[in-house]
Design a binder for this molecule. Structure first.
Ligand SMILES: Cc1cc2nc3c(=O)[nH]c(=O)nc-3n(C[C@H](O)[C@H](O)[C@H](O)COP(=O)(O)O)c2cc1C
Length: 302
């Protein structure tokens, strides 16, 4: 197991690679496997107050340079999911509970329940590009983002991260609202709004028509967002979007990220991608005479 000690707020990780929300993180078994195979922490699937079926298939398709999904936030609801968190804690997994809601009260109730179940930190998903009434609809409003963050922060004692969307005109402003509300870190980015049309049937392929694009193609977008946010906030940023290699992770760090999340690369590489990326980061640092990842954070951001 590769150790690259990393600290985000008061959350200590054995390395800076974290499993992104929504990929192989619905049940404790797969999350334990991924943690044991080298991830520094795991973010759970986004969980709401009540069970949700999500959208009918097709809900995920593979495109040339990534995945297009409109899952519709399927999840078992917090009461059912608590038992998965308890299993994760028994296996000593560092776990970040992702939650979504339609208003501040829902986020606060969910945050408290996740904390009681034992998560190490919370990630507030205010950036889903395709679930009506959730995600972007609240995450694009500065006042709402600040209010939700303030209320969750005052109800829990664990670190609170806010995950924001690339589908906004002024991304740093939303990050600043989260910071004003007391967020301990910003997570950027969620998927990029996109569509695929089948030219034979002449219809969008996804049942929801519009989805979110992830994987290699979105890395330059994520890098730009992290770069812009880094200039405007004083809290750590966790970079996510299209990371497949150690070099990709280093690029995010140079833009301003203190840690990274990895999702789609599990499909293009495999579940050992965390260990591989850590090895690639270490090798690059050794070749280039860096001792700590702190020395890389934001260096491209003059
Ligand atoms: C199938 C799928 C489901 C996802 N579900 C969630 C989710 O429930 N909550 C969330 O915050 N992000 C979700 N995401 C977004 C990822 O966490 C991540 O922000 C995005 O995929 C970009 O990272 P990547 O290019 O490494 O996959 C999902 C992504 C995919 C591909």
């Amino acid at each position: 197991m590769i150790e690259i000690p990393t600290k985000i707020a008061n959350l200590r990780l054995k390395n800076p690679t974290i499993l992104a929300s929504g990929i192989m993180d619905e049940d404790a078994g797969s999350m334990i496997r991924i943690f044991k195979s080298g991830a520094g922490a795991i973010v759970t699937k986004s969980i709401g107050l009540k069970p949700r079926e999500g959208y009918p298939n097709p809900s995920v398709i593979e495109l040339e340079c990534g995945l297009l999904n409109a899952m519709g936030l399927p999840n078992p609801g917090i009461e059912e999911f608590k038992s998965e968190v308890i299993k994760l804690k028994k296996s000593k997994v560092t776990v970040i509970g992702s939650i979504f809601g339609s208003n501040s009260k829902e986020f606060t109730v969910l945050g408290t329940k996740m904390q009681d179940a034992g998560v190490n930190a919370l990630e507030l998903n205010m950036s889903c590009p395709h679930a009506k009434g959730y995600g972007l609809e609240i995450g694009s409003d500065q006042k709402i983002v600040e209010k939700i963050t303030t209320n969750v922060k005052s109800s829990v004692s664990i670190p609170v991260f806010v995950k924001i969307s690339p589908n906004l005109t002024d991304i740093p402003k939303i990050a600043q609202s989260a910071e004003k509300g007391g967020a301990d870190a910003i997570v950027a980015i969620n998927t990029v709004k996109a569509m695929k049309i089948d030219i034979e049937t002449q219809r969008p392929i996804l049942s929801n028509k519009i989805g979110g694009y992830s994987g290699k193609a979105i890395k330059p977008i994520g890098i730009r967002c992290v770069y812009e946010i880094y200039k405007k906030v004083n809290i750590p940023i966790i970079g996510v979007g299209g990371i497949n290699t150690g070099e990709d992770a280093i690029e995010y760090m140079m833009a301003g990220a203190s840690a990274v999340q990895i999702g789609s690369a599990i499909y293009s590489r495999d579940i050992y991608v965390f260990e591989k990326i850590c090895k690639e980061i270490k090798n690059w640092m050794k070749t280039n005479n860096y001792k700590k990842i702190d020395e890389l954070i934001g260096v491209a951001n003059l």
